[in-house]
Ligand binder design. Structure first.
Ligand SMILES: N[C@@H](CCC(=O)N[C@@H](CS)C(=O)NCC(=O)O)C(=O)O
Length: 347
């Protein structure tokens, strides 16, 4: 796509951001090659920002509000629901080659769920004239286009297969269920988060219905919003489903046992001394789980305890996962389990 068209489309998406202070440049390049649409609190965005940090790539940062709220005139839609952003995302979706999302499983992987047209993160590469969607694809893309610093995905075929195996595992963790779901036995999420999660689906669906009404003559947009409504309605129907919530935790417990085994007892990262994309993804996900009060799931898995300590000391994860979480989400009394990451973590 031409540079001008891409610039115009990105400017349209940026225009939905209510507070200009949430649009900034990261790094010293006044005209960076990359532009990222993301959210401070979003797990998938944290993964991409960690990769950008590791590779020291400058970018224009658009920190979007991805939760709607109730205003005096009704629901205020999330910023990533606005048509210009959704159009930019649909452009990226063509490359992904998957159907639109049509339901809810609690996972957010495009591989298993289909393409969510109303989600972050989204990367614009002005040099290549491309828009890239999906955190896993964006992370691999960034690693491939910039090979002169750290390599997060190894060249060697066997090592690469092992890293990508871990990447797939983390990509398919039911993070939606862990964040939005009400666990019947041990729901340790901060109270403010639980309260927000009671109304979140209704606000999302109302906002999306309003978007359909306002864009009824644009069939592509309408299909995108309908797909998103199907996903959110699915989430709403299982958020208090005890069996569904317990099954998700059991599944994650199995993945953690496997991770503990894969780590072994002597090396800091999954590939020994070499930090990889597997560590980026696990790092962000383990910080999220700690935030949600789920670190107890690895209290008898010493290799993971050690791993979490090593990951939290990594400046990229400290800033983009730990500090970002503390600064953008309601306070959690479980974050102290993440030690070694400066002042930002209240003990
Ligand atoms: N497979 C996608 C999933 C994207 C996704 O689910 N993003 C979440 C944040 S981690 C989001 O946009 N949530 C807000 C919403 O769904 O409205 C990716 O990894 O980028």
């Amino acid at each position: 796509m031409s540079h001008d068209k891409l610039t115009n489309m990105a400017a349209g998406a940026r225009a939905a951001i209510a507070d200009p202070a949430r649009i900034s440049l990261v790094g010293s390049d006044a005209n960076p090659r990359f532009e990222l649409f993301h959210a401070a609190s979003s797990l998938c965005s944290q993964k991409v920002r960690t990769v950008l940090f590791e590779k020291q790539l400058p970018y224009r940062s658009n920190n979007m509000m991805i939760l709607g709220s109730m205003g005096p005139d009704g629901v205020v839609p999330a910023e990533h629901y606005h048509p210009p952003y959704v159009r930019l995302r649909l452009l990226a979706g063509r490359e992904v080659g998957r159907e639109l999302v049509s339901g809810y499983s609690g996972r957010t992987s495009v591989e298993t769920e289909g393409f969510d047209p109303c989600a972050v993160p989204l990367l614009v590469d002005y040099k290549a004239g491309r828009v890239i969607a999906d955190s896993r694809r964006i992370c691999c893309y960034l690693d491939a286009v910039s090979r002169d610093s750290i390599h997060l995905v190894p060249e060697d075929a066997d090592a690469r297969a092992r890293v990508m195996h871990q990447v797939s595992i983390v990509d398919q963790i039911p993070n939606g269920t862990l964040l939005y779901g009400f666990h019947p036995d041990a729901d340790r999420r901060p109270e403010a988060l639980k309260t927000a999660m009671e109304t979140v689906y209704d606000y999302k669906i109302k906002a999306l219905e309003a978007m359909i009404e306002a864009n009824a003559d644009d069939a592509e947009l309408v299909a995108a919003y309908r797909a998103k409504i199907a996903k959110e309605q699915g989430g709403k129907s299982v958020r208090h489903d005890a069996a569904f919530q317990r099954a998700a935790r059991r599944h994650v417990a199995g993945l953690l046992a496997d991770l503990d085994h894969a780590l072994g007892s002597s090396t800091p990262y999954l590939r020994g001394e070499s930090f990889s994309l597997g560590d980026v993804l696990w790092g962000v996900n383990l910080v999220r789980m700690a935030y949600l009060g789920l670190a107890s799931m690895w209290e008898n898995l010493p290799n993971i305890e050690r791993y979490v300590d090593a990951l939290a000391k990594r400046p990229s994860l400290c800033k983009e996962a730990v500090q970002s979480t503390v600064e953008s989400m309601p306070p959690s009394r479980y974050m102290h389990v993440i030690a070694g990451c400066g002042e930002a973590v209240p003990v």
